[in-house]
Design a protein around this ligand. Structure first.
Ligand SMILES: Cc1ncc(COP(=O)(O)O)c(C=O)c1O
Length: 368
């Protein structure tokens, strides 16, 4: 179906920077450095600076970066990691791959992010780390959660997969926790031309171990100090990301403009609109509204040429793959409510004001 306002359009962004991409990819082809190499190193240095951090380590996905983030903190079998049930499932893959057990805590109804007030009740002697998510690109309550982690001696790992450039108290997310993981999946605010991710840390020893773990556990070729992984970032993705990072602030500014326009046009409708934690500034990876008649609204919007999506219809504690954890419907009512009533509106930097007005207009007509 040809929508007047597609939910997302990756080709629009590529068109705006195609000549720069051609040069960067061409240079990578000429260099022949396809796995890691100088394009990845250059990007890692720029991205660490961008995140107000010291080290960035490139990976082949955000999932691998988060997996290694937990291994760096020696999270393993017998350990528990506190996280949110309202996220993309990969947040939890990292915990499971590390051999640890995810322990869920419900979210804050206004921000949809992990609720700091519920964390302490979930801490046990086995708790090793807390891994909240900057969901939809809006920072979680870094002030309160960092304080709990420091006081209870728990590692803080930020899942910043959706939040490149978001800030809390004026500082970039990813620079607060011991380690943070980012995704550069193509649809992310900073997206590769394929799969990619990175972890960010201030600790040089953790960064060095991450570099070894992503490359078969070796620092000297064919000598393997620990069991490693093939989690290397491709050279071409480093080249692409280096080009795109230069545009990220402008793209984020445009996302914020679109979000502000939606908020202005939709205030006064019965929709619950996105809310950001005090002292946080989000980057609107997604603009998620909420309403109990979500399914009808979604159908109406699509019938009127506006694409939408759901993030996420089923919280992680109710996914079949995690049935063995023993959670039940009703355990996390606020996350479950988001699953039932969330609706993601189209938002991407190349969207025009006219498209935003069309989407908001269709919503207003639905409620008339
Ligand atoms: C919150 C969150 N965590 C983790 C991931 C995993 O990243 P990737 O798809 O790059 O493996 C994603 C994105 O897909 C995500 O949105």
């Amino acid at each position: 179906m040809n929508l007047r306002v597609p939910y997302f359009d990756l080709t629009a962004q590529t068109r705006t920077i195609r000549p720069e991409l051609d040069v960067a990819i061409g240079r990578n082809l000429d260099r022949g450095s396809f796995c890691l190499g100088p394009d990845v190193v250059d990007f890692e240095q720029s991205f660490a600076r961008y995140c107000d951090s010291a080290h960035a380590v490139g990976f082949n996905s955000g999932t691998s970066a988060l997996h290694i983030a937990l291994l760096l903190l020696n999270v393993g079998p017998g350990d528990e990691v506190i996280t949110t049930p309202m996220s993309f499932v990969a947040t939890c893959w990292a915990i499971t791959y590390a051999g640890a057990k995810p322990v869920f805590v419900d979210v804050d109804d206004a921000t949809c992010n992990l609720d700091p007030a519920r964390i302490e009740a979930a801490i046990t002697p086995r708790t090793k780390a807390v891994m909240p998510v900057h969901l939809y690109g809006q920072p979680f309550d870094l002030g309160a959660i960092s304080e709990i982690c420091a006081r209870r001696n728990l590692a803080l790992v930020e899942d910043a997969a959706q939040a490149h450039g978001a800030t809390y108290a004026g500082r970039k997310v990813g620079s607060f926790g011991a380690v943070a993981g980012f995704s550069f999946y193509p649809g992310k605010n900073l997206g590769a031309c394929g799969e990619a991710g990175a972890l960010v840390t201030r600790d040089p020893a953790l960064a060095a171990r991450a570099r070894a773990l992503r490359e078969h556990g070796s620092t000297v070729r064919y000598y393997h100090d620990e069991i490693g992984f093939n989690y290397r970032m491709e050279g071409i993705q480093g080249a692409v990301l280096g080009v795109k990072l230069k545009h990220l602030d402008a793209w984020t500014a445009r996302r914020r403009e679109i979000a502000a326009r939606y908020t202005q046009l939709l205030t006064g409708t019965p929709l619950k609109l996105p809310r950001v934690v005090p002292r946080g500034e989000g980057v609107f990876h997604l603009y998620v509204v909420r309403h109990p008649r979500r399914d009808e609204l979604k159908k109406f919007m699509e019938a009127n040429g506006v694409g939408t999506a759901l993030h996420y219809p089923l919280p992680i504690h109710l996914q079949k793959c995690y049935a063995s954890l023993g959670y039940q419907a009703g355990d996390f009512p606020l996350a479950e409510a988001i699953g039932r009533d969330c609706l993601s509106l189209p938002i991407y930097p190349e969207m025009t004001d006219e498209q935003v007005d069309i989407a908001a207009g269709v919503i207003s007509r639905f409620f008339q």
